[in-house]
Design a protein around this ligand. Structure first.
Ligand SMILES: [Mg+2]
Length: 254
């Protein structure tokens, strides 16, 4: 069921995915002009306290997400990185790994990464740098990359590596089964006291359903996949960061 946009004053934070929302998932440049306008929104939010602060919830490694928070002038609301592995607080500079991740599970991720490098490294499959308890795989031929999903699942099961295999537009993500954007957001909400009624969200793929389930109002940019659009209260006619700005306008914040 779609809901009308909530009163802006009621919201305290907007949980926003990065790839496909704040920036392109490809390696093309940031839409810096739009990001600067979002940063200005965040400056007003934190100075006046009359509008929600936009923070990030992403599968990207922690340094990428930290940099995005700093670029967007968010210094008050934690962000989620590496699909829930990390909660980072840009105000206190605390990096908090999910305490449910054990040393043995990190070793399993390491073992899987070594197997993937041995098996597919020579065939042009690269691993996104900077991840510590998950693996993201990239290949310039997306069709070839996606053909590896089934063999990966088989290999992980055969070795007892507790990894979930999922896809974004250009990557295969291998995440610990008990860690996700959802568990990351649960930690964020517990640590800040922010409740669903106080949160809005933005996402572009089904991995962002975890955001949808934890916010009172959810929007997508124009480039979002059909499946996640079906769960949105609002779909912007504009793509990526321009779409995020349009969502702020829809909330009466533009
Ligand atoms: Mg995305």
């Amino acid at each position: 069921m779609r809901h009308a946009a909530p009163a802006a004053g009621k919201l305290r934070a907007i949980i926003c995915d990065i790839d496909g929302c704040l920036s392109p998932e490809s390696s093309t440049p940031f839409d810096v002009e739009s990001l600067m306008r979002i940063a200005e929104h965040n400056r007003l939010a934190q100075c006046r306290g009359d509008r929600p602060v936009l923070t990030a919830c992403s599968g990207r490694p922690q340094p990428f997400v930290e940099a995005m928070c700093r670029l967007l002038s968010n210094h008050t609301v934690p962000c989620i990185a590496e699909n829930g592995v990390w909660m980072y607080h840009p105000g206190t500079n605390e990096y908090i790994m999910d305490p449910a991740i054990t040393i043995e599970q990190r070793e399993a991720v390491h073992d899987a990464a070594r197997w993937l490098a041995t098996q597919y490294g020579g065939r042009g499959v690269s691993q996104q740098p900077g991840k510590v308890a998950s693996i993201s795989l990239y290949h310039k031929d997306t069709g070839f990359l996606k053909s590896l999903e089934a063999p990966l699942r088989e290999q992980f099961a055969a070795n007892g590596w507790p990894l979930r295999v999922s896809s974004t537009w250009l990557y295969i993500n291998c995440d610990l089964e008990h860690v996700s954007k959802g568990t990351g957001l649960d930690r964020l909400m517990a640590s800040t006291g922010l409740e669903k009624e106080r949160l809005a969200g933005i996402g572009d793929t089904m991995g962002d359903l975890a955001i949808r389930e934890r916010v009172s109002w959810f929007a997508c940019p124009a480039n979002a996949g059909a499946e996640i659009r079906a769960h949105a209260d609002y779909v912007s006619p504009r793509p990526e960061a321009k779409g995020v700005l349009d969502v702020l306008t829809e909330l009466g914040l533009g």
